[in-house]
Design a protein around this ligand. Structure first.
Ligand code: 13P
Ligand code: SF4
Length: 332
C-alpha cells in the first residue's frame, strides 16, 4: 500500500543503469545494511542476489526473525506488505511497486466486509471465522482472523474448531482443495491465480504420455482438473523438500516455471519439465516478471520505491499474521 500522498512510481519510465553481477549487488546490500529477500518465482539473477530465497511462509518467518533495518523484497506487493507489517520499523522497498497479484486483485476489502456481514446475517450467528490466503492485500488481512500460506494451509484450517463456519478468501481452487483434504465445507471466495488457472489439461496429458515415468507436482492454486492429474499437490516449499529427497527422477512441474531454477540448483540430479500453458512452452507470472536485475539495482541504490501500510490496518493484519505464525509446522 502506498501512502495517499505518494504518487506510484513508474519504474518502467526511469532510465535505469545496467545492473552489476548478483554477487556485486549482494555486496552492495551488505555494505548498506540491506537484507534482500526473494521469492522462488523470481528469475535466477534475482535469486542469486538475495540473502534468502523462500516461499511466502519462509519469507514472512525470515523477515520477522531478522528484523532488518532495510528490506528489499523481490517478489510481489503483498509479500512486501507482509514484511512491513511484521517488521514495522524497517524501511521496506521493492524493485517495482506495480508487481501485483491476480489473487490479491480479486478480493477487495469493501466487498469482503459486506460479504462477511451478509453471511453472519444469513446464518444468524456471529462466529464466522475468515481465513485468508497470504496472497491478498493488507486491508483484506485486516478483516480476517487468521492468514495461511500454501505451506501451512491444512494446519491453519485444522486449527479452527470443526463446528465453526469458515469463509476462505481469496483463492477458490486452494479453498476447494482444502475442503477436499479436511472434509470441511468452507465458503469460498471467487478468485484465482492467472498463472495456475491456465495450465492446459490436453498438453499435460500429452506430456504425461511422452514421459510415463514422470511424477506431476501441482500447486494447490491449480484447478481441480489439473490437481486430479497430479501425483502430489503441495506448495513450493513442499515441492522443494520432496525433490531434494530424490535423484534420477523426472518431474512435471505445474507451478510458476521459475521454480525450476531453484529445483535445478538445490536438487540437480532430477529432470524437470515445466507443465505447459495453453499456447506457450511454460507459465511465468507476469507480476513476478516485472522485477529485473536493473530494477533491483535501482531499488538498492535509492532504498525505494518504499512500501507503506497504514498503522490501523497494519495492527489488525499483524494479529492475523501472528496467529498464523504461532501455528507450529508439522514435522515433515
Ligand atoms: P507459495 O506460498 O507456495 O510461495 O506461493 C506463492 C504464490 O504466489 C503462488 O502462486
Ligand atoms: Fe499471484 Fe499467481 Fe503470480 Fe502467485 S503466480 S504472485 S498467485 S499471480
Amino acid at each position: 500500500m502506498l501512502k495517499p500522498c505518494d504518487k506510484p512510481v513508474d519504474v518502467d519510465q526511469l532510465d535505469l543503469e545496467p545492473a552489476p553481477s548478483p554477487e556485486a549487488m549482494r555486496a552492495y546490500a551488505d555494505a548498506h545494511d540491506i537484507l534482500i529477500l526473494a521469492h522462488s518465482y523470481q528469475e535466477g539473477e534475482l535469486q542469486e542476489a538475495a540473502h534468502f530465497v523462500g516461499d511466502s511462509l519462509e519469507l514472512a518467518r525470515y523477515a520477522k526473525q531478522k528484523q532488518a533495518r532495510n528490506i528489499c523484497l523481490c517478489g510481489v506487493h503483498f509479500m512486501a506488505e507482509t514484511a512491513k507489517i511484521l517488521c514495522p520499523s524497517a524501511r521496506v522497498f521493492v524493485p517495482d511497486p506495480k508487481a501485483g497479484c491476480s489473487l490479491a486483485e480479486g478480493c477487495n476489502a469493501n466487498d469482503l466486509e459486506k460479504y462477511q456481514a451478509y453471511l453472519k446475517a444469513k446464518r444468524g450467528r456471529d462466529d464466522l471465522v475468515t481465513i485468508c490466503y497470504v496472497n491478498c492485500t493488507a486491508a483484506v488481512k485486516a478483516l480476517c482472523d487468521i492468514v495461511c500460506t500454501s505451506g501451512n494451509a491444512l494446519e491453519v484450517v485444522q486449527s479452527v474448531p470443526a463446528d465453526q463456519p469458515i469463509l476462505f478468501v481469496p483463492d477458490m481452487h486452494l479453498g476447494a482443495w482444502l475442503n477436499e483434504q479436511t472434509g470441511r465445507n468452507m465458503t469460498l471466495w471467487n478468485a484465482a491465480c492467472i498463472v495456475h488457472e491456465i495450465f492446459s489439461i490436453g498438453m499435460l496429458l500429452d506430456l504425461k504420455k511422452q514421459h510415463p515415468t514422470a511424477k506431476v507436482l501441482a500447486h494447490p492454486e491449480c484447478p481441480k482438473n489439473i490437481r486430479d492429474l497430479a501425483d502430489v499437490v503441495c506448495g513450493t516449499a513442499g515441492m522443494l523438500r520432496l525433490v531434494k529427497q530424490t535423484q534420477g527422477e523426472k518431474y512435471i512441474i505445474a507451478t510458476e516455471a521459475n521454480m525450476i531454477y531453484r529445483f535445478r540448483k538445490d536438487a540437480p540430479r532430477n529432470e524437470y519439465i515445466a507443465a505447459p500453458g495453453p499456447s506457450c512452452a511454460c507459465n511465468l507470472c507476469p507480476h513476478m516478471q516485472r522485477n529485473t536485475p536493473e530494477k533491483l539495482w535501482h531499488a538498492l541504490q535509492t532504498k525505494s520505491p518504499e512500501v507503506h501500510v497504514p498503522q490501523d490496518i497494519a495492527a489488525k493484519a499483524r494479529n492475523a499474521l501472528e496467529r498464523m505464525l504461532e501455528i507450529k509446522p508439522k514435522a515433515k
